[in-house]
Design a protein around this ligand. Structure first.
Ligand code: ZN
Length: 232
C-alpha cells in the first residue's frame, strides 16, 4: 500500500486572493448587503451586543484566516472545534492504535464505523481539518472526493449492498468526513435515511464494532482498498 502524508496549513486558504483587486467592488457590495441584513429590523440594544460579539470573533479569525472571504465565511459558518472527535480518531490511527483502521490515502483515512448495524459502514476522514468541502483548495477538494469514491467503491465490492448511501454532514463534528453506508433490501425499512433507521441506546450496543466479530470484514476491506490505492 502506498503511504503518503501531506500537511496543509491555513495559508492554503488563499484561493480568494487569486481573484485579485477587481473583486474589491464585489467585496464591498457583499459587505453592505450583509450589513443591511445584520441591522434590519433590530433595535440598537439588540444590535450592539451582536457587533461586540462579532468583533471578538473577527479578532480571532483575523489571526487564522487572512482573506476577507475567509473571515466573512468563518464569522457565519461552523469552524473546526479545538476539541475534535475526528482529530482524535486520526491521532489514534497515526499512533497505530485504531482497531478498525482500513487504509490511508493521500488526503484521508478509511476506518470501519463504530456501529456495524449497516454491515460495512465505513468513514473516510479528511487529513485536513476543514469544516466543509469548499474550505479546501480546489485541487485538494477534488482529490479528496475522488479518493472517497474509491473507498465507497471498495466497500460496495466487498459488501455487495443493494444501495450505497454516501453522506457528509459534520453538524456535530465540523471536520470534513464522509459516511459510507451499504444498504440492503433485507433491512426492515430500506428506503428510509440511515439516521431514522439506526438503532439507539442498548439496541445500538449490539452492533458496536467488535474486533473478533468484524475482523474478517476488516481484512476483506483492507484487501479491496489495497487494490484501490494502486489506482492513485
Ligand atoms: Zn478535527
Amino acid at each position: 500500500m502506498k503511504l503518503k502524508i501531506e500537511s496543509f496549513s491555513a495559508h492554503d486558504f488563499k484561493g480568494s486572493k487569486r481573484l485579485g483587486a477587481k473583486n474589491k467592488v464585489r467585496q464591498r457590495q457583499f459587505f453592505f448587503c450583509w450589513l443591511g441584513t445584520f441591522l434590519h429590523g433590530n433595535t440598537l440594544g439588540e444590535i450592539l451586543p451582536r457587533i461586540a460579539a462579532r468583533g471578538q470573533q473577527w479578532q480571532h479569525f483575523g489571526r487564522s484566516c487572512p482573506t476577507f472571504r475567509g473571515r466573512f465565511k468563518l464569522a457565519l459558518m461552523a469552524k473546526h472545534p479545538s476539541d475534535c472527535d475526528i482529530c482524535r480518531r486520526i491521532a489514534q490511527i497515526q499512533s497505530g492504535a485504531h482497531p478498525a483502521f482500513l487504509a490511508e490515502f493521500p488526503t484521508g483515512y478509511a476506518v470501519l464505523g463504530d456501529n456495524q448495524f449497516f454491515r460495512g459502514y465505513t468513514l473516510f476522514l479528511c487529513k485536513h481539518p476543514a469544516p466543509d468541502l469548499e474550505d479546501l483548495p480546489r485541487d485538494l477538494r477534488f482529490e479528496f472526493l475522488r479518493e472517497m469514491a474509491l473507498v465507497s467503491e471498495a466497500v460496495a465490492n466487498v459488501v455487495k449492498p443493494h444501495k450505497m448511501n454516501v453522506e457528509s454532514l459534520g453538524n456535530l463534528a465540523p471536520h470534513l468526513h464522509f459516511h459510507l453506508f451499504p444498504r440492503q433490501l433485507s433491512e426492515s425499512e430500506p428506503t428510509k435515511p440511515v439516521w431514522l433507521v439506526m438503532p439507539q441506546g442498548d439496541e445500538a450496543e449490539k452492533y458496536a464494532f467488535d474486533a473478533a466479530r468484524d475482523g474478517e470484514l476488516v481484512r476483506h476491506l483492507r484487501g479491496a482498498l489495497e487494490g484501490q490505492n494502486g489506482e492513485i
